[in-house]
Design a protein around this ligand. Structure first.
Ligand SMILES: O=C(O)C(=O)C[C@H](O)C(=O)CO
Ligand SMILES: [Zn+2]
Length: 279
């Protein structure tokens, strides 16, 4: 069995009173990428699971964790994988999927034997993993760099020029509830997800990467009129409750992977906040 840490759900009333350390303990996931070890964070928000794996010296198997009470990990779950490192392989019940830098794989419910490896342990793959409960088996699908839907958002004038890439969304691959994509902030811009939004129907997790050394991203969370911030470093993730905004401003440009789960599969279903009404 793999190891895991549990994160419980908090109410907006409770979070109003959290100090810096409490906010970090509840929502921040430090050091997501683990070498030769799969260690999950199991969130009680929509039972969303997060892990990061860097296979260096050996192949790593996807194993169940105790709270699933399932004989194998994907018995009642689906899994999204985005490789932010060098080339690696994901072997799924005898079929090998090669994932290059920024390529992704969707694995549906029911797959039993899943094994991760790097092509070259000295230039390893870095697999970022999100998993959600599933009720139906959909086919496994690799999403290569040319399969993603790309949209340009924001502008240099408002310091939020960015490229959003949709990898695991229902117009690209059939899924039960998982949605994943990647957003890259253009040089000179700093803001992601501004204007901010909430979607009380879905929770979300952001994994910040390509944050230059000695730089940081200030991630904003909370109800739109009661915001808080969490300072984040490279390869750290943050859980966004369904009632919370999730937006960030970096001291340099950066990228992040967003993953969502909940009530519907409509990426554009967001309640946008007025910038000058944020508090
Ligand atoms: O920069 C953005 O805007 C985003 O990446 C927004 C996320 O995709 C999101 O929050 C989707 O709900
Ligand atoms: Zn969102």
């Amino acid at each position: 069995m793999s190891k895991y840490d549990t994160r419980y759900a908090s109410s907006p009333q409770a979070v109003k009173k959290y100090d810096t350390q409490e906010l970090r303990d509840e929502f921040l996931i430090e050091k997501v990428m683990k070498t030769d070890e799969l260690r999950w964070v199991y969130s009680h928000y929509d039972r969303f699971m997060v892990a990061g794996l860097v296979p260096v010296n050996k192949k790593i198997k996807l194993e169940t964790i105790d709270p699933l009470k399932a004989p194998f990990f994907l018995e009642r779950r689906e899994l999204g994988i985005i490789n932010v490192g060098e080339s690696g392989d994901v072997n799924v019940d005898g079929t090998a999927y090669e994932l290059g830098h920024k390529e992704a794989l969707y694995l549906g419910q029911g797959n039993k034997e899943v094994e991760f490896s790097s092509k070259d342990g000295s230039n390893p793959a870095k697999f970022y993993l999100n998993s959600t409960p599933a009720h139906k088996k959909f086919p496994n699908k690799k999403i290569g760099i040319n399969d993603v839907e790309v949209i340009e958002l924001g502008s240099a004038e408002t310091a939020n020029a960015r490229t959003l890439r949709k990898y695991i969304v229902n117009s690209v691959v059939d899924v039960c509830q998982l949605q994943m994509g990647m957003t890259t902030i253009k040089t000179g811009s700093s803001w992601n997800t501004m204007p901010a939004h909430v979607h009380d129907r879905r929770m979300e997790v952001y994994f910040y990467f390509e944050v230059p050394e000695d730089q940081a991203v200030s991630h904003f969370m909370g109800e739109p009129q009661e915001t808080r911030h969490i300072w984040m470093g490279n390869e750290e993730a943050v859980i966004s409750p369904p009632w919370s905004i999730h937006s960030g401003s970096g001291t340099a440009s950066y990228s992040f992977i967003w993953g969502m789960a909940g009530e519907n599969l409509d990426y554009g279903d967001m309640d946008v906040c007025k910038i000058n009404e944020l508090r």
